[in-house]
Design a protein around this ligand. Structure first.
Ligand code: CU
Length: 341
């Protein structure tokens, strides 16, 4: 067979395989829905790269498999194969073309990054605090939430802070991702474009309960957002007024859920990451250093404020996070623990 015929056949096969691989990868639906403006250029870039990956896969695999099948040693053939000693033209080609492609991708990538980071002067602010193992969202109106509520079609500038180790803020539907580094402040801009419920998950392994470090992200209409906002502000003001009075077990029960104690402390006697709170108050607690203490108010306050100071026997020393609670909140929580007989 003529050499040129091999090239024609391989050429056609490369195009065919490239198209099929690309169709297969498209059909695999590798991404969840696009829920932010920032996702648009990122998906465009990914699409381009998937096409390039499909083409290069075909360009390498087709000639290789074709050669293995068509040019294999035939029965009775005993001679040596042809010997090649370098090919300058080929080397220049396969250096130059990838170089141009990579520079091209770098150029597109830089433009893409600029688009993703574009600043909207009307953006609203939320501070995201990550800790082992949960998220807290501080709103500039003076309240905190365990859920990240966002109005649709409005850019939010997230200020990212960590209380302990490195975490990473990632909502797959928004595509963008940013680390939270202790002692540093990072920023991330997101413009949600699709009303719905998503989840932020930590994308940086950060200890034993890393896999459970997720919180709801709720994108709502501007009207629903405004309603939620005034509700939260009113609740925060009421809580502040009430906390000035005496500790309250109902507020404590709410804090138990909101501040993430629930993740590690059960109320029904079951052992979790931490000891159950059932029957805790007034009981005798065995400590890791062999001592036994009565779980009175002083002990509970210390356990919450300085989790490392006294460690309950049989539990890891550094698992309990220091959550920076207000004194009134601690009093409410202890009032709640007292009710768990
Ligand atoms: Cu984390």
């Amino acid at each position: 067979m003529q050499n040129s015929r091999h090239f024609v056949i391989v050429g056609i096969l490369v195009i065919l395989v490239a198209v099929l691989v690309n169709m297969g990868l498209d059909a695999a639906q590798l991404f969840p829905v696009k829920a932010s403006i920032q996702a648009v250029p990122i998906d465009w870039m990914f699409d381009l790269q998937i096409k390039a990956i499909s083409f290069f896969f075909a360009l390498i695999m087709v000639p290789m498999v074709y050669s293995l099948v068509v040019f294999r040693r035939k029965p009775g053939e005993t001679g040596e194969g042809a010997h090649f000693e370098g090919h300058t033209g080929l080397e220049i080609t396969w250096t130059t073309i990838p170089l141009i492609l990579v520079i091209g991708l770098g150029y597109l990538g830089a433009g893409n990054l600029a688009e993703v980071r574009a600043v909207d002067p009307q953006a609203m602010d939320v501070t995201v605090v990550g800790f082992q193992w949960g998220w807290r969202f501080d709103y500039p109106q003076g309240f905190s939430s365990n859920k990240l509520y966002l109005p649709v079609n409005k850019q939010v500038n997230l200020t990212l802070q960590s209380l302990d180790v490195i975490h990473s803020f990632w909502v797959p539907e928004f595509r963008v991702k940013q680390d939270l580094v202790p002692g540093e402040t990072n920023y991330l801009r997101i413009t949600p474009i699709l009303i719905g419920e998503y989840k932020v998950r930590c994308a940086e392994i950060c200890g034993a309960s890393h896999a459970y470090m997720e919180s709801p992200v709720i994108v709502v209409s501007q009207a629903d957002y405004d309603a939620w906002l005034s509700e939260q502000v009113a609740a925060a003001q009421a809580a502040e007024a009430a906390a000035a009075g005496k500790p309250d077990s109902k507020r404590g029960a709410k804090l138990y859920e909101e501040k993430g104690c629930k993740a590690c402390h059960s109320l029904d006697g079951a052992a979790g990451v931490g000891p159950t709170w059932k029957g805790l108050f007034g009981s005798n607690v065995e400590l890791a250093d062999g001592a036994t203490v009565t779980a009175d108010e002083a002990f509970l306050v210390e356990s919450i404020k300085e989790p490392g100071a006294t460690v309950v026997k049989g539990y890891p020393a550094n698992a309990m996070p220091a959550l920076g609670l207000k004194d009134t909140e601690i009093a409410d929580l202890i009032e709640f623990i007292k009710t768990l007989k």
